[in-house]
Design a protein around this ligand. Structure first.
Ligand SMILES: Cc1cc2nc3c(=O)[nH]c(=O)nc-3n(C[C@H](O)[C@H](O)[C@H](O)COP(=O)(O)OP(=O)(O)OC[C@H]3O[C@@H](n4cnc5c(N)ncnc54)[C@H](O)[C@@H]3O)c2cc1C
Length: 487
């Protein structure tokens, strides 16, 4: 650890002397020579999906200047809207929202109306097949209501799961059980189908530590299933991000990525960014990172050994949605993939979890999970079409499937082993909040739910970022806690 501290100080000295800087090799003194290339803001936010866009809009409302860096040519992350040739929208990423204050405030701010959505209506027409073979699979046996009530009661015993990863110490044993053991312990067999459908994108759910399922299929989701979710009245969730993009205007750098970073000074962080109009040097007091914190995503960041050793523990799953034209599936029928010969009939991946009717004749949403397999776009497209064609064997008169829209939402779920969780992985992860003037939000820091992340981000802004910005202004900060291993 002593070595890392020495290395950090040496790097700061090298930067001061105008020498090449650390791993991310850029020289702020040189890059910042042309003032027209320098952007100065209170906060630099990296990643313009659900969490980053929310953070940018809110910080501006709260009186702070921001710059938002987004790799894609649009904001929204996992939110995708496809328009058919008649101009009708189909959301094939984020679809529905659990209800909370942040949802109504965020949509309300942009005057975008919301509408209620009853999920049970969509699932009424469900038919089940093993999409490897076209074999029909019977519905789960047992009492679903009873199993779901038990599941909800377990969630009520762990209310902290709704707020983030502040787990009790020691971590309750139940949360660390492989999910198959958790199912057996609480007799949740009849609920596995519905759980699988809602926790899509994880991969092999039976072997995940149970806590990941409990965080994804949360109390808020359970309430949504019972009382309804919300969605944009236009059924085009991308509208939210188009409105945010317009409002943020010059405070967004689209199609832009981080080339280098220098956080060796306490008052000003420097981020070198490649934008379509050339390199920009951002000078900001604070940084908020919302992109998945995998080492490969952070390779141009000036990570210290503590950050590197924590982020280096994450693994991830792969998840791909599409809009598919499948002639021949009767109106209103939802096709759910079930393994004919697997425990609890969980679907075999890589494969399509479900073909959900979009509301437009023959157009379906296909949600494709690959577990830990990083597939090419062609492989995903071919497997989705093959899964649809298997329905011919089940007696459907299926025409040639055509993929109209496709997205790669990988890396999707970030996870670590039960042993790492038991050893305090999330405590260590959370200890990075504020470390080197950097804060974090996004799915890896809480859960895969837009509204849960807006709530989490709101708290982060109110309780950490705003406090730290304000105390620096008034000169009353207690000082950054040093690396706990630093003597
Ligand atoms: C198919 C699908 C359906 C979903 N459906 C729902 C739903 O119905 N309801 C719901 O609440 N949630 C849903 N989710 C989950 C929800 O979308 C996520 O939890 C949420 O979007 C995560 O927000 P985030 O800010 O962590 O990440 P994202 O929204 O993914 O944002 C991260 C952003 O960072 C950008 N980025 C990545 N790397 C870099 C880089 N190096 N430099 C700059 N930018 C970078 C990405 O392009 C992206 O815009 C769904 C997810 C998927 C994939």
């Amino acid at each position: 650890m002593l070595f890392s501290i020495k290395a950090t100080r040496l790097a700061a000295l090298a930067a001061w002397l105008g020498l090449a800087f650390s791993r991310s090799t850029f020289n702020p003194e040189v890059e910042g020579k042309d003032p027209s290339h320098v952007i100065t803001r209170n906060v630099c936010i990296i990643g313009g999906g659900a969490s980053g866009t929310y953070a940018a809009v809110r910080l501006r409302q709260l009186g702070h200047s921001v710059i938002l860096i987004e790799r894609d040519d649009h904001l929204g992350g996992h939110t995708r809207t496809y328009y058919d040739p008649a101009g009708r929208p189909i959301d094939y990423g984020v679809w529905v929202y659990s209800n909370n204050t942040e949802l109504f405030d965020f949509f309300g701010h942009f005057n975008i109306p919301l509408t209620g959505l009853d999920f049970t209506r969509i699932t009424q027409g469900t038919q089940r097949f093993d999409l490897r073979t076209g074999q029909r699979v019977p519905p789960p046996s047992g009492d679903l209501v009873d199993a779901m009530t038990r599941y909800a009661q377990i969630l009520l015993q762990h209310p902290y799961l709704s707020d983030g990863w502040d787990l009790p110490d020691p971590v309750p044993e139940d949360l660390l059980l492989p999910f198959h053991a958790f199912i057996e312990k609480y007799n949740l067999g009849p609920a596995v189908e519905i759980l699988t459908l809602y926790v899509q994108g994880l991969g092999d759910i039976l072997h995940y530590p149970a806590v990941y399922i409990l965080k994804y299929f949360s109390l808020e989701v359970a309430l949504g299933i019972q009382g309804g979710f919300s969605t944009s009245a236009s059924r085009a969730n991308q509208e939210l991000y188009s409105a945010a993009r317009q409002e943020l205007d010059g405070d967004v750098l689209l199609s832009s990525t981080v080339l280098g970073m220098d956080r060796s000074y306490s008052d000003m962080q420097r981020i070198l960014v490649q934008t379509p109009s050339g390199k920009k040097l951002i000078e900001a007091e604070k940084i908020i990172v919302t992109i998945p914190p995998l080492l490969r995503s952070l390779q141009n960041f000036d990570l210290d050994s503590r950050e590197e050793s924590i982020f280096g523990q994450f693994d991830n799953s792969y998840y791909y949605p599409a809009v598919v034209d499948i002639p021949g599936i009767p109106n209103g029928v939802q096709i759910v993939n079930r393994g004919a010969d697997t425990p609890y009939n969980v679907p075999v991946l890589p494969g399509t979890y479900v073909f959900t009717p979009s509301g437009i004749q023959d157009l379906f949403l296909a949600f494709f999970g690959a577990g830990d397999v990083n597939m090419t776009e062609n492989q995903v497209r071919e497997t989705i079409c093959d899964n649809a064609l298997q329905l011919r064997k089940a007696g459907f008169d299926i025409g040639e499937p055509k993929i109209l829209a496709y997205a790669n939402h990988s890396p999707f779920q970030l996870f670590v082993s039960a042993e790492a969780i038991e050893d305090g992985f999330y405590r260590d992860l959370y200890s990075l909040q504020g470390h080197r003037n950097t804060y974090y939000t996004g799915a890896a820091w809480h859960a895969h739910s837009s509204t849960a992340l807006w709530k989490f981000t709101e708290r982060l802004l109110q309780e950490r970022v705003m406090n730290d910005l304000n105390c620096e202004e008034s000169g009353t900060c207690p000082g950054d806690p040093e690396d706990p291993e630093d003597p």
